[in-house]
Design a protein around this ligand. Structure first.
Ligand SMILES: Cc1cc2nc3c(=O)[nH]c(=O)nc-3n(C[C@H](O)[C@H](O)[C@H](O)COP(=O)(O)O)c2cc1C
Length: 323
């Protein structure tokens, strides 16, 4: 069960900072990768679409400057998230842009499509596909994805409903390639636990909302610091797919978190109406159940350092206690 070759010797932590709609941007990703952890942003965050090219230039320049100044500690690879859904009318253009920039890792969500995987493979990039169950995991690998992100219950954004133990166990019965576990992982010890369960690493989203680099309001950042697992509400009302949100933001929008209507999948739109969707996500704050471990707003580099320290200590203490 290896880390992808592209990550080996380039990361200080077996973990990926997950793409966050609206919130992730080149500044955040640069802070993550130069601290030694894979960082990611959704292509859809670059608005208007022409901005994607500039963002990828900005990242390349930042990484080159870091690598020149720290030849002994080059930046970790970065990832761009593509929503592979028929309503994402930007996908083809965004993909061409990623191919031109030779984006090292492409994270695909919602749809597994051979042509997307082939385009990324054409220049030596890899594709990680996120899945919420074993059936979608099979589909993704059949279509040519290189690795999987298992999104379990408790994750921020479009969470799965399955226990992380169940999900990893089922996938590991047949898949021996790169596998990352997502959902409420917010400490170095939890990253180690993901490895112990059979994953190659963790996929961490919500803790990075509480950083100055994230494109979040101060109130949203503070709500992540103040919040606990019980403050998270699951609903498909806002996007058409089940997702996890902070209860307080739903109340502030004048809605009853305990009586939200059910939505149907036709509400999903990553194209023309994405502006409305963005608005919904801005007012209604997505977050996973792991936020109880986030106790301060700190720069992303500091968050990564702390994860590395916790991970190292957890490994040492587990090894010594187990002989
Ligand atoms: C506010 C928010 C926005 C998200 N946006 C996206 C997205 O655009 N694309 C995506 O693939 N995943 C998205 N996710 C899911 C994350 O990539 C990741 O799976 C999740 O944050 C992991 O769970 P955690 O938040 O408990 O660490 C989002 C999550 C949150 C909290």
């Amino acid at each position: 069960m290896p880390l992808p070759t592209i990550m080996k010797d380039r990361v200080r932590l077996p973990a990926i900072a997950a793409p966050l709609f609206i919130l992730s941007n080149p500044k955040l990703v640069l802070a993550q990768v130069t601290s030694g952890m894979v960082g990611a942003f959704p292509a859809l965050n670059a608005r208007p679409p022409e901005l994607l090219d500039a963002w990828l230039d900005e990242l390349a320049a930042g990484i080159a400057a870091h690598d020149a100044a720290h030849p002994d500690r080059p930046a970790a690879p970065y990832a761009v998230n593509q929503i592979v859904h028929r309503s994402n009318t930007r996908l083809d253009k965004d993909l061409v842009c990623c191919v031109r920039h030779r984006v090292p890792i492409v994270i695909t969500s919602l749809g597994a499509v051979e042509e997307v995987n082939a385009a990324v493979h054409s220049y030596g990039g890899i594709v990680l596909h996120d899945v919420i169950n074993d059936r979608f995991a099979h589909k993704a690998i059949e279509k040519g994805a290189d690795g999987l992100i298992a999104v379990a219950a408790g994750a921020g954004g479009h969470a799965g409903a399955l226990s992380p133990f169940a999900l990893v166990q089922e996938i590991r019965r047949w898949f021996h390639g790169p596998l990352f576990l997502s959902g409420a992982i917010a400490t170095g010890r939890a990253i180690l636990a993901a490895e112990a369960m059979g994953a190659d690493g963790a996929y961490i989203g919500s803790p990075f909302i509480a950083t100055p680099e994230a494109n979040a309001s101060d109130a949203y950042r503070q709500a992540i610091v103040d919040g606990h697992a019980e403050d998270i509400v699951s609903s498909n009302y806002f996007t058409g797919v089940s997702g996890n949100y902070l209860r307080a933001s739903i109340l502030a929008a004048g809605l009853d978190p305990d009586a939200l209507p059910q939505a149907d999948k036709t509400k999903m739109d990553f194209g023309a109406a994405a502006g409305d969707k963005a608005k919904a996500w801005k007012d209604i704050w997505g977050a996973g159940q792991g936020i109880g471990a986030v106790d301060a707003i700190v720069p992303a580099a500091q968050r990564v350092e702390r994860l590395i320290q916790e991970y190292t200590e957890a490994r040492a203490s587990l090894c010594s206690s187990r002989g």
